[in-house]
Design a binder for this molecule. Sequence first.
Ligand SMILES: Cc1cc2nc3c(=O)[nH]c(=O)nc-3n(C[C@H](O)[C@H](O)[C@H](O)COP(=O)(O)OP(=O)(O)OC[C@H]3O[C@@H](n4cnc5c(N)ncnc54)[C@H](O)[C@@H]3O)c2cc1C
Length: 241
Amino acid sequence: MQSLSAKFISKTYLTPDVLSLCFQADNPLITFMPGQFLTFLFVVDAQEYYRPYSIATLDATQTLFTITLKILSGGIASNHLQKMQPGDVLAYFGPHGDFILNQASTSKALRLILVATGTGIVPFHAMQSVLIKQLRQHNELQVYLIHGVKTEPELIYRHAFDRNMFPQEDINSPLKDHPRFFYRFSLSQEEQCNRVQDHIKQLSPITARDDIYLCGSSHMINSTIQLLQDSQANIFIEKFS
Ligand SMILES: Cc1cc2nc3c(=O)[nH]c(=O)nc-3n(C[C@H](O)[C@H](O)[C@H](O)COP(=O)(O)OP(=O)(O)OC[C@H]3O[C@@H](n4cnc5c(N)ncnc54)[C@H](O)[C@@H]3O)c2cc1C
């Protein structure tokens, strides 16, 4: 498969170790479906590495996109991306991936329960317009977004989802203001310590009318699947690590 290329435009630190990078793709990402990722090729010390990153935003021209990643100590791709300069070019493949809203399933669901840890919230950020469309099409549908991080400052994209937050760049956010959209978070290393699974338990009974999307660490995904094993919910997963 032939790689495509994208030019690095700019970067923004969302937290001290979470970076959002904006790229301009040479060709419009016309096949992109919210939730999908691009696989980037990195050449470091003459060795090739491939790493997938979910798309966080894509503009109307379908060429300007952002990815958001956690900088890992010793991480090959994340450290390479952190050092990129405007005008640098990266090769990529995609978009691809099947972590997208399953429309057929959603049409039968009463609740969409979206669960993320850390940067696992990125594909859900991209799904905002699809979610608002689904809420408008299905009068009974409720959407829950549950984000798990260690401490409160790590709640990236909170301004886009939490209606209690002062609006920043997203003054018109139809999803955040929708009465059937609910944002919850868990902080595993703060005094009122809780886990994403605690929020899921509060939504019981979980039934076959629940569609559950899990994105982030294997640890969170495996323990949530275990929690839901007798529930008959439809579960869709994307493991980042
Ligand atoms: C479909 C898909 C989409 C993804 N989208 C995103 C995204 O939007 N944002 C994002 O930040 N990441 C995302 N990832 C993870 C990403 O592809 C890389 O694996 C990650 O950035 C680490 O790459 P690296 O080269 O910097 O670290 P590496 O050099 O591969 O690893 C360095 C060290 O960090 C450990 N490590 C690897 N990944 C993680 C992790 N996630 N958390 C903690 N430790 C880890 C490794 O075990 C190793 O010890 C995605 C993964 C998949 C499969």
